[in-house]
Design a protein around this ligand. Structure first.
Ligand code: PHE
Length: 365
């Protein structure tokens, strides 16, 4: 038996391409992590059902970092040093991606994030890729939308100072809103995990903004919206992709009514590629995919395509193949890549209406 397994294990290893996944499957943004794991797994299973890539099966090794940066770093080191993965899909939030990125870059392992939107993420180095638009873009999209569509002349911003994502998105919104003639009348902040936002909201209320921009994650946005309505603030609130979670509606459906946020995906798109994905995902997981599931599905497919193109599972060759891919069509839309490995693609504005998230409009880059 011992001889048998010694003999068989290396043979199996030769027929496998190992890819790591680092997602916050538990903790404050758990729906992000669960969706990402589901989307990535589905792409791998589909590839393996077709015989794998380059004749090898794909093995996806998933780590839960609990949205703790130290855990994210440990997971990256473990996947690279112990499991010898050739690539990692992950860095769900920008702070996680900015933690994992330098480790992947210095180890010469490819990192593809589906979801981390902060501009700095790909600036870490040439092994880092992404398939989502950037916060500069979604901040501008929401500033234009507030000013032009909602006719807001004044806005308040409530930023999570502990999040790279929130700070970057807040800055992009403020810059654009001011540039097109709007006025930022309140610029308040909080730390992720805070539970009482009444002090900031009371200040905001006194300044009577036409619109309140909250570039945070759903777990903070839900209590913010509930407390804002309790305090009698009735104007629309808006945010970015961080609002995307079934938990937002569970915790704050009434308070979120009439709000808008920018996102990467809508299951309402008529596109056949999207409809097939939505059907298969819903059948497999018992719920519709959100943007995170769709983005990590795209990130994995993009990576597998790169491996195929490289004709090799050598990370340096994969990196070169990915860099040479100038377009990609995913379930989150068609994209072209700039020289800095950032995609240029459309954003969707979604509205919370009658307790549901519905498609409102598409904004082209
Ligand atoms: N863009 C967010 C970040 O960078 C992550 C996210 C993506 C959240 C998509 C929800 C949906 O931190």
């Amino acid at each position: 038996l011992v001889i048998f397994s010694l003999f068989v294990l290396p043979l199996q290893a030769a027929g496998t391409i190992k890819i790591g996944g680092i997602f916050p499957i538990t903790g404050p943004v758990a729906t992000f992590g669960i969706s990402c794991a589901n989307g990535a797994k589905m792409a791998v299973e589909e590839a393996n059902a077709k015989g794998g890539v380059l004749g090898s099966k794909i093995e996806l090794i998933i780590e839960d970092d609990q949205y703790k940066l130290e855990e994210a770093a440990n997971a990256a080191r473990k996947l690279i040093e112990r499991d010898k993965v050739v690539a990692i899909v992950g860095g769900v939030t920008s702070s996680e991606a900015l933690t994992i990125g330098p480790i992947a870059q210095s180890s010469k392992v490819v990192l593809v994030t589906g979801t981390a939107t902060n501009p700095k993420v790909t600036q870490v180095g040439d092994f880092i890729f992404r398939v989502c638009f950037l916060d500069d873009f979604q901040g501008e999209v929401m500033a234009n939308f507030a000013y032009k569509n909602l006719k807001a002349k004044t806005a308040a911003v409530l930023t999570a100072v502990t999040s790279d994502y929130s700070k970057g998105l807040a800055d992009a919104f403020k810059k654009k809103f001011t540039a097109i003639g709007g006025k930022i009348v309140a610029d308040e902040s909080y730390s992720e995990g805070d539970t009482d936002f009444r002090a900031q909201l009371t200040k905001i209320k006194a300044l009577k903004p036409d619109f309140v921009f909250v570039p945070g994650y759903y777990s903070d946005v839900a209590p913010i919206l509930n407390q804002a309505r309790e305090l009698g603030i009735t104007v629309p609130f808006g945010g970015g992709d961080g609002w995307d979670s079934p938990e937002l509606l569970k915790q704050a459906a009434k308070a979120a009514e009439g709000c808008f946020y920018s996102n990467h995906f809508t299951p309402d798109a008529k596109d056949l590629l999207v409809q097939t994905f939505v059907k298969n995902y819903t059948k497999k997981y018992g719920m519709a995919p959100d943007a995170l599931a769709a983005l990590k599905y795209d990130a994995m497919k993009f990576l597998l395509e790169g491996i195929k193109k490289a004709g090799s599972a050598d990370p340096v060759k994969i990196k070169e193949a990915l860099a040479s891919m100038k377009t990609f069509r995913g379930v989150t839309g068609s994209m072209t890549f700039d020289a800095n490995r950032n995609p240029i693609k459309s954003a969707f504005i979604l509205q919370i209406k009658d307790g549901k998230v519905v498609y409102y409009t598409t904004v082209k880059p």
